[in-house]
Design a protein around this ligand. Sequence first.
Ligand code: SF4
Length: 342
Amino acid sequence: MKTLSQELFDTLLSWYRENKRDLPWRRVVSPYRTWISEIMLQQTRVSAAIPYFERWTKRFPSALSLSSASEEDVLKAWEGLGYYSRARNLHAAAKIIASEFGGELPCDKEALLRLPGIGEYTVGAILSIAFGKREPAVDGNVLRVISRLTEDPTDILNVSFRKKIADDIRPFMKEGETSDFTQALFELGALVCLPEEACRCASCPVRAFCGANEHGTQSLFPVKTAKKEKKKAEMTVFLLLLNGSVALTRRPDSGLLAKMYQFPNVSGFLSASEVSARFGGEARELPAHTHVFTHVIWEMKAFAVSLSSPPNDPTLFFASPAELEEKYALPSAFSFYKKFCK
Ligand code: SF4
């Protein structure tokens, strides 16, 4: 295995300072802004996160303003980003920051780790980028970069590997340079040392220090055991239309998309005649839609039904097109069908 060196990281930092992207969370750095950007970027591409980050920080410029917002407003600001537990956790953590820390994020690792939705990686990012602490942030990009540089054969799904990598790189973080150190590794993983065969070794600033480049083994690292295939779930969605409004319901309090609004639906595929019989109106079939989550794929079939009276179901309520736009946040899987609510 190749070893890491200070020269490698100094070379990487020089490259980063000359080549870093101009991103909104880099223009003004604060613990709050770093926290929001890191949570948004967990499951979202940079280009998709930028407009959300800009809108969010205008609407909720501080943890205090976020703490006093309603859950509805928070979810509406997050609408379309997916993985809504991230927004709920931000909201819950902001309330704790307001009540226990005077509205400012604590610069203490243990205190940060107790906040909802904040794990080792996010703590490392906040502490190193915004507080200047020598605390590595190890995400999938960093694991890939370091395991290629060193040709480390450890399986990246091994739970202790992140800690090992953090311990390996911490000694190379210099006081006063922790922010650039963390972001330089992110930047290399995002722009140059890309997954699979896409890595751009010819233009890599640290190729002279890289074991995988020296031996042509880039495609062998990081070592990862095969992923299980995702489960598929069939679903029939109902757009129940009444006097220009559409029926919504709320998802259960726990599980996937907990407590989010949705169009009523059942598992399995129903036929048009089964839907018509169920609601007493003609069922018009809509395009099918597939939504991929981390562990499951929803295969969605949908029907629009124009009702003449409200169904006898207390879990349903009706929302106007304006309310659907401004008030009720729908997860992306269901948002696809908003355009048919006419
Ligand atoms: S030389 Fe290639 S494999 Fe090595 S760090 Fe650079 S991009 Fe990654």
